[in-house]
Every structure is written in C-alpha cells, then in structure tokens.
Design a protein around this ligand. Structure first.
Ligand code: ADP
Ligand code: MG
Length: 311
C-alpha cells in the first residue's frame, strides 16, 4: 500500500504511549510489554468486515469506537484491566476523511481507558478491521464463564435491549427516543469499572453481545447449571418499555444484542459486597436450561439471539 508508513504515523503513531506496562510501542518489529508479577495476560481479538458486521455508509467515528469497545468489553467480562491494543487494517483505498474519523473514534476511547495502541498491520484489500486487546488480571481472579454455581444470584450491569431498539429504529420503527437508542447502538461503552469491581466477588461473567438469553446461556452451558430469570426485574429503559407496550414483543430485550452490559453471577453471601451499578435479574439453579418467570409462571426459554451461520 502506498505511503503506508505515513498513514500510520499521521493517524495512529502520533499518540504517545502512556500505560506503564508498555515498554515499547509502535515503530519496531514487535512491541514490548512489562507484565507485573502476580498477573495474567488476558487477550482477545475481534474482526469486523464490511457487508458482514457493518455497512459501507456507517460513520467511521462510530466504527472506530465500536471496534475498540467490543474488544474492551471482552476484557471487562474477564475482570481484566485494559493495557494495550494492536490494530490490523485492511483498506481498499486510502481515504483520509474515513481514516480521520475512524482514528478519532478509536483513539478517543483508547485514551479514556488509558489503553495504548502498540502496533498493528496495514494492507490493501476489502475493508476489514481487527483489534487485538491486551489486559491484566490478578492470577486466579479472571472471571470465567465456567464457574457459575447453583444458587448464585444473577446480575446485569445496566439496561438491556436499548441497542436492539436502536437497530429496530434503523429498520423503520418509530419512537421519540431515537437519540438515546442510537447512541447505545453506535457508541457502546465497555463496563471496565464494573469488571474490575466484581473480580473478587463474582463467580462467572460474560458481556452481553448477542442478547442476555444467548450470553447467559453460554455461562449455563460452560458451568453445567441452569437459571431462572425474573422478567419483572430486567432493567429496561422507558424507551424499551414503550416499545414492548406498543408491539407486545417482550422478548426483544432478551434476544437482541450489542448492549455490552455485563451479566455475572455472585454467591448469595457475597452479594452485600457488590459496589457497582448492577441489577438482580434471577438465580442460577442446578436444573439445566434457561427459564423465565413472567406473571408468576415459570416457562422454558429458547436461547435464541444473533448467531453467525444460523439458518
Ligand atoms: P513489519 O514489516 O515489521 O511488520 P510494518 O511496516 O508492518 O512492520 O509496521 C511498522 C510499525 O508500524 C510496526 O511497529 C507496526 O506494529 C506498526 N503498525 C503497522 N500498521 C499499524 C496500524 N494499522 N496501527 C498501528 N500500528 C501499526
Ligand atoms: Mg507488518
């Protein structure tokens, strides 16, 4: 790609490294990190492809923000503190207006969380964006999907279904709450603080990317347990409540994704230690499967939600 080096310099390498873990950032063959003893490296990667994960007309600022946010959200769900990211860019052409917006969205969020961009790769091809995120978590305290126990209480860190509503609005549903829902859909905030504050308290955690039912379902499957959610307890915004009253579609907040709230389970005796915004939504039980209690009736709930390659 022509002037690859100049592009990196102009839009990405111009930011100084700030996190004390970063020993060497962009500019050599590899970056170097200095890992404090007693910590584990938590690392994750996510890719977004034009036409699959986003459309050509999407605001590049939103794209840069969201690409980083979804990766940081994975660190949050492990209870890890973000340190650094690497960025692989495949670009069909050099579009400076696009690069400016994209890097502003990405680097703005990175700065908020003291995350350094420490390297990456830049090539030509169909628009494809990947970030690898790197974080630290104290040994033995990573929040795994596989550690939920029968009788744990289940919490979510904030309103669910709002990003899903944003998508419904984009698809033509009309409401007066457009801005709020669009913001949740376009500019999700990773719940890093929550992840850090629960890592000595929670048994299991996941971030809600595909909907509470599907993502809690991953915890249940990995932990060999089941759960009963109380529909009346779900934290829903006024906008989502109105949507449900309007359409009767009460399952929407359970099966739409992109909220990036955390769902975690806590042993009952540790619940008083919780020191973050979180709402109790149900309980883990030993009977496999997901159930939902609505109008005093408990019924099995199919774990739908968005899945790639699903029929
Ligand atoms: P190499 O040929 O050794 O892979 P590159 O020319 O690809 O080196 O990259 C030079 C430097 O710029 C490296 O430190 C690399 O990590 C960094 N870099 C390349 N592309 C990006 C990018 N999209 N974002 C951040 N850093 C990048
Ligand atoms: Mg390279």
């Amino acid at each position: 790609m022509p002037a690859e080096f100049d592009l990196i310099q102009k839009y990405f390498a111009c930011h100084e490294v700030k996190n004390p873990v970063t020993e060497l950032g962009i500019g050599d063959d590899c970056a170097l990190l200095s890992i404090p003893s007693g910590y584990r490296v938590a690392t994750t990667v996510d890719t977004m492809v034009e036409g699959v994960h986003f459309f050509a007309d999407v605001d590049p600022f939103h794209l840069g923000h969201k690409l980083l946010a979804v990766n940081l959200s994975d660190l949050a769900s492990m209870g890890a503190e973000p340190v650094a990211v690497m960025l692989a860019l495949t670009l069909p052409e050099v579009n400076e207006r696009w690069l400016k917006g994209f890097s502003a969205g990405l680097m703005g969020l990175a700065q908020q969380f003291n995350v350094d961009l420490i390297g990456g790769d830049t090539t030509t091809g169909p628009l494809t964006l990947s970030i690898q995120a790197i974080g630290l978590v104290p040994e033995h305290h990573a929040l795994l999907r596989s550690n939920a126990q029968a009788d744990d209480l289940i919490y979510v860190s904030g309103d669910i279904g709002e990003a899903g509503l944003g998508l419904k609005i984009k698809q033509g549903y009309q409401t007066t709450y457009d801005d709020q829902a669009f913001t949740r859909f376009n500019l999700p905030m990773p719940r890093i603080e929550t992840g850090l504050s629960i890592r000595h308290i929670a048994n299991a955690c996941i971030d809600i990317s595909d909907g509470l039912a599907a993502d809690l379902g991953h915890i249940l499957a990995k932990s060999n347990v089941g759960a009963t959610l109380e529909w009346d307890r779900l934290p829903l915004s006024q906008a989502v409540k109105e949507y449900i009253e309007d359409t009767g579609d009460w399952q929407m907040p359970l099966i739409t994704g992109d909220d990036y709230e955390l769902c975690f389970t806590v042993p009952e005796k540790k619940a008083p230690l919780l020191d973050c915004e979180a709402v109790y939504v149900g309980r883990i039980d030993s009977q496999p499967g997901l159930r939902i209690m609505k109008q005093k009736q408990i019924k099995p709930f199919a774990m739908r939600g968005f899945e790639h390659f699903a029929e």
